[in-house]
Design a protein around this ligand. Sequence first.
Ligand code: RP5
Length: 170
Amino acid sequence: MKTSDKCLVSVVMGSDSDLGVMEESMKILKDFQIPCEVVLTSAHRSPERTSAFAGEAAGRGVRVIIVGAGAAAHLAGVIASQTLLPVIGVPIDATALRGLDALLSTVQMPSGVPVAAMAIGKAGAKNAALMAIRILALADEALQIKLQKYIEQMARDVERKQASLNAANT
Ligand code: RP5
């Protein structure tokens, strides 16, 4: 498994077909300069590789695991069952059920094994990274400041868009 040594966040996905969605997580982590890695493993197709990853991630310094998976998406739950690290799940639209299958598989975890389930698709992938950053920011004041600036920028963007709308409608 090719992984970086010093990453704080692992972005895990069940298939390379999930990459287009999970890139949203990676973009945010890169913007916040959080060292991260991408790991491809499947709960169903490579169960031993999945267990090996879950078992060693914390020991390598990983602090949060983001998991994107579609269909009967068991990957986040299976990883959460084998690590103490917080696991954030991103349901992916990969079948005729448009992600509802993955959402229910991700969110309906049995008691005792938590997965923080995000929205289906790109918004979920983006929010998964922001949630990971919020977790890391609990012990990192500089990261808290970056998050605050990100939030303030979002508010400014709304005002800028309002101004554009006003200009287009006068
Ligand atoms: C899941 O099955 C993967 O996470 C992916 O979303 C879905 C389909 O995988 P592929 O058949 O495209 O490899 O395990």
